[in-house]
Write a protein of this length. Structure first.
Length: 307
């Protein structure tokens, strides 16, 4: 299926970066919801609430805007299903990792998705990967590693912490795959269709296991409604991400999402008194520098290096 001109936007790196940062800001509290809930709800229930709330939100938007959803059957439904699987898996791994690790640690580890996304963008989407992309990615990775190293840990490295690290790494792979799918479908379908499919598919996939947990463990409605905000906030974040991917390639946007570690550090400080060290601040600065490298003008005389 070829890109649709109605959904295609000219390449605009600055606008795409701004939209991507807005998406990061929206998803920061969502990824931290495992720590926020403090064990009140299982991870899988939190993930389901996020997608169920998202489906209800996008459905409401469609009704208000009088969008005929029955005319939105997609030829790319298999890709939407694949994206839903990646989204559920990535979010679940991220929420679990943040619940057993310091928020900045979990976020920084998951940022290895940038390296995976850059490689996959060249191999699968055949996007041109320039020297600038690799430099920006390398700078951001170094910064993220410095943030991780700066975090003060108490006690020995436990099996629980190890499971958190593995979970964060798995989240990176799933999110990198999802970013490539978004890049492909964002230029072929409208935002309402894209958001409706991923949220409805994900909510349906998790409905059976979650309803069983709710009945078996007698989870209260009050606990469920307490986290009803996850879905609407995620829809906003997804809309920002889709708009960003319509204006820039996955390889360009991947390093930008390293700014999430800065926001995570701020959230961790405000709510859990996680005070960044000098090394963490230096790492955060490198992450910002990596993002700025993407905005540097590239001479058309230079030949981009490809994979």
């Amino acid at each position: 299926m070829q890109p649709h001109l109605a959904y295609f936007r000219p390449e605009n790196t600055i606008a795409a970066i701004g939209l991507a940062i807005a998406g990061v800001a929206a998803f920061t509290p969502i990824f931290a919801v495992g720590k926020i809930s403090d064990g009140v709800l299982p991870v899988v229930v939190l993930v389901w609430l996020r997608f169920l709330g998202g489906a209800i939100t996008i459905g409401t938007i469609a009704v208000v805007k009088k969008v005929p959803l029955h005319n939105r059957l997609s030829d790319l439904w298999k890709l939407h299903l694949m994206r839903a699987v990646c989204a559920v898996s990535g979010l679940g791994c991220s929420i679990y990792a943040s619940s057993v690790l310091p928020l900045a640690d979990a976020t920084a580890i998951s940022l290895t998705k940038g390296v995976v996304a850059i490689a996959l963008a060249g191999l699968i989407l055949k996007e041109v990967i320039s020297r600038r992309h690799w430099i920006a990615g390398a700078i951001c990775i170094i910064g993220a590693l410095m943030v991780v190293r700066s975090t003060e840990t108490v006690g020995e490295f436990s099996e629980l912490a190890l499971s958190g690290v593995i979970s964060a790494l798995m989240a990176a792979v799933f999110m990198a795959c999802e970013s490539l799918i978004i890049r492909y479908i964002a230029q072929r379908e409208d935002t309402v269709t894209i958001l409706a499919y991923v949220n409805v598919f994900a909510a349906i996939l998790l409905a059976g296991p979650v309803l069983w947990l709710i009945v078996t463990y007698e989870i209260s409605w009050h606990a469920l409604f307490t986290f009803a905000w996850i879905g609407p906030l995620a829809i906003f974040g997804q809309a920002m991400n889709i708009s960003a991917y319509r204006r820039a390639g996955a390889a360009t946007l991947a390093p930008v999402y390293y700014s999430s570690v800065v926001m995570s550090a701020v959230v961790g400080y405000i709510f859990w008194t996680e005070i960044p060290t000098f090394l963490a601040a230096l790492g955060a600065l490198l992450i910002i520098v990596g993002g700025l490298v993407l905005m540097l003008p590239v001479s058309s005389q230079k030949t981009a290096q490809t994979l």
